[in-house]
Design a binder for this molecule. Structure first.
Ligand code: ADP
Length: 190
């Protein structure tokens, strides 16, 4: 059985944490576009320099750049049994691009996990994360911008994936282990 999953949800909903845990359980790589951009920014690569001009403002990196990067990453050897994509796709054009990438590889998605959380909880989590991690893009302004982009561009994708029968919605509020357990139960109930 393959494990080709997307994990979606607003910033601060715990996507990265749950993606990493689920990746361990499913023995597939967790692929976070945000992490790949941050690694490139740290390494001062050309991609990193380009990405930083957008990430530092809380804006999305241009689709062409992000789509090529994901195509490249999914084409690597370790994704044969599956993957968990975290932070991608984030808009309708990226959904279309991902459809094309997967079609070229002869693959289809197994499930789209959505972590839900209310905005107050998210803002609290994000300001704590800003203190702990000191991410450049975790200022009050960029956080608000990212949440707005999420609401306008990314949240509508949930309906599209629901219409395809792929959606698995999980309450993201609670202890990390409890949320992980909910994800397992929800995936098993598909
Ligand atoms: P968050 O979910 O908290 O916004 P991420 O780590 O997922 O953080 O992403 C950090 C930044 O990287 C985003 O604000 C955006 O600039 C860029 N980024 C990540 N994923 C994408 C994507 N799919 N398309 C465009 N830009 C992206």
């Amino acid at each position: 059985m393959t494990h080709r999953f997307l994990i979606m949800g607003p910033q601060g909903a715990g996507k990265g944490t749950q993606a990493a845990l689920l990746a361990q359980r499913a023995e597939v790589p967790a692929i976070s576009t945000g992490d790949i951009f941050r690694a490139n920014i740290k390494g001062e690569t050309e991609l990193g320099k380009l990405a930083q001009s957008f990430t530092s403002r809380g804006e999305l990196v241009p689709d062409s750049v992000t789509n090529d990067m994901v195509r490249d990453r999914l084409g690597q050897q370790d994704t044969a049994e599956g993957f968990i994509l975290d932070g991608y796709p984030r808009n309708a054009a990226q959904v279309e691009a991902l459809d094309g990438i997967l079609a070229d590889l002869g693959w289809s998605l197994d499930a789209v996990i959505v972590l839900t959380a209310d905005r107050d909880e998210l803002l609290g989590r994000l300001s704590r994360r800003a203190e702990l991690e000191g991410r450049e893009d975790d200022t009050a302004e960029t956080i608000a911008r990212r949440l707005d982009i999420y609401e306008q561009e990314t949240a509508p994708l949930i309906d599209a994936y629901r219409a395809r029968g792929l959606l698995v919605e999980v309450d993201g509020i609670g202890e990390i282990d409890a949320v992980a357990e909910r994800i397992d139960v929800a995936l098993a109930a598909r």
